[in-house]
Design a protein around this ligand. Structure first.
Ligand SMILES: *Cc1c(COP(=O)(O)O)cnc(C)c1O
Length: 417
């Protein structure tokens, strides 16, 4: 019998092979039948220090034997308390409260609910959310609502709420973006602007300058519109700094982190909030509390994994690894830029992206799955977004493995040109 597993973002009717992964170490995955796969996308942007990092694995094992789970509404535990304090020490000043959830999508939903709760509890019920064109914030109903509309969510469109969309600040169009944001912030009942700082991931690794982020933040501040940074992908060093917001000197009102929070080992997310947002929910009146939870909120084992991640950031040369990777990626990108059939070479820290083949290949064009299959045959885990191929590996990837990835992209581009 074929497997009963229903995979995400997978058309089972195409009967494409689904490799069975048995083991991971560093930037490498091993299939059950012994193939060595280079993980060039950090297993969907989560694995930062490499697979099965001994320190994270040990922290998980230790915590699992001490306290596996406890209700978090009205109860607490040491790993969550420590993690919240250590996060605030590590992250830029200005955010003072830490709310736990389980995924990037829920971190975003929590941020949206906090934003609306803030306005509601202040007796000024604003509800309109502004977003950037091409953005992606997750796959739950609320997160889809604030993401780009397309084939991904067409069937569910009747369930999605309306948002205001600001044009993406493409090169030469930055001022149009800022003007549109300024105008949209004046509209009635505007509650918050939600944005992926510096890089729009699932939207096609679209990048924009830090200066635009700085100015977008200033516009929101001027209008009293809450600024929500979704750093679910960009956080934990991907863009060269711990947070992408740092490069723009931006402190958001709400900050969403997930993916690399546990080094990519276990699902855990946080939404960090400013004191003003917390204060708007602080009262003797239960009706004004923040109404959100899930069964595993602040799961102790996941918190222990995140604490190990923070220890790695403090005690291992993570920033040096990131700088080295960024330099190697820049060199690889410079070579790729010379290859016929490669367009729009771009980089943000440890991430590089290029476009292959003809322009405008949508998500369902057969280019992406064809490339995916070709890379899989080469024992590479790369997953193009439409005609965009990007490389976002764990920071520990070797120079040789990274060069193998760059060479494969060049060869596939030449084959297509
Ligand atoms: C992946 C991602 C999400 C959703 O995170 P999940 O953990 O997959 O729910 C949200 N925002 C951004 C920017 C992402 O890249």
């Amino acid at each position: 019998m074929s497997s009963p597993v229903w995979h995400p973002f997978t058309q089972h009717g195409l009967e494409e092979p689904i490799p069975l992964i048995a083991r991971g170490e560093g930037a490498v995955l091993w299939t059950a039948d012994g193939r060595r796969i280079i993980d060039a996308i950090s297993s969907w942007w989560v694995t930062s220090h490499g697979h099965a990092h001994p320190r994270i694995a040990a922290a998980i094992a230790e915590q699992a034997q001490r306290l596996d789970q406890v209700i978090f509404a009205g109860w607490t535990h040491e790993p969550a308390e420590r993690l919240a304090r250590e996060l605030l020490e590590l992250l830029p000043q200005g955010l003072t409260r830490v709310f736990f959830s389980d995924s990037g999508s829920t971190a975003v939903e929590v941020a949206l609910k906090m934003a609306l709760g803030f306005w509601h509890n202040r007796g000024e019920p604003r509800h309109r959310i502004l977003v950037l064109e091409h953005s992606y914030h997750g796959d739950t109903i609320g997160a889809m609502s604030v993401g780009a509309r397309g084939v991904f969510n067409q069937a569910y469109a009747p369930l999605l709420f309306e948002v205001g969309t600001i044009p993406f600040p493409s090169v030469g169009r930055e001022q149009a973006t800022l003007d549109a944001l300024d105008a949209a912030c004046c509209a009635e009942a505007c509650a918050a602007f939600l944005v992926e700082p510096l890089v729009l991931g699932a939207g096609g690794m679209l990048m924009y300058p830090a200066q635009v982020l700085t100015e977008m933040r200033a516009i929101c501040a001027r209008h009293g519109v809450l600024f929500i940074a979704d750093e679910v992908m960009t956080g934990w060093g991907r863009t060269g700094t711990l947070l992408a917001c740092e490069q723009a000197g931006v402190i958001p009102d709400l900050l969403c982190l997930a993916k690399g929070l546990t080094g990519g080992s276990l699902p855990l997310a946080v939404t960090l909030a400013s004191e003003a947002i917390f204060a708007a929910h602080w009262s003797r009146d239960r009706a004004l509390q923040f109404f959100h939870s899930s069964s595993y909120t602040a799961n102790p084992i996941a918190c222990a994994a995140a604490l190990a991640n923070l220890a790695i950031w403090r005690e291992e040369p993570v920033r040096e690894r990131i700088a080295t990777l960024a330099t190697r990626q820049a060199a690889g990108l410079a070579r790729l830029a010379q290859v016929a059939g490669i367009a729009n070479p771009r980089q943000a820290g440890t991430i590089i992206a290029v476009d292959l083949g003809s322009d405008g290949a949508g998500y369902l064009s057969d280019l992406a799955p064809r490339l995916l299959a070709r890379f899989r045959e080469r024992d590479l885990l790369l997953r193009p977004l439409g005609n965009t191929v990007y490389v976002m590996p764990p920071y520990c990837i070797s120079a040789d493995d990274l060069a193998t990835v760059h060479d494969a992209i060049a060869e596939e581009a030449r084959a297509l040109a």
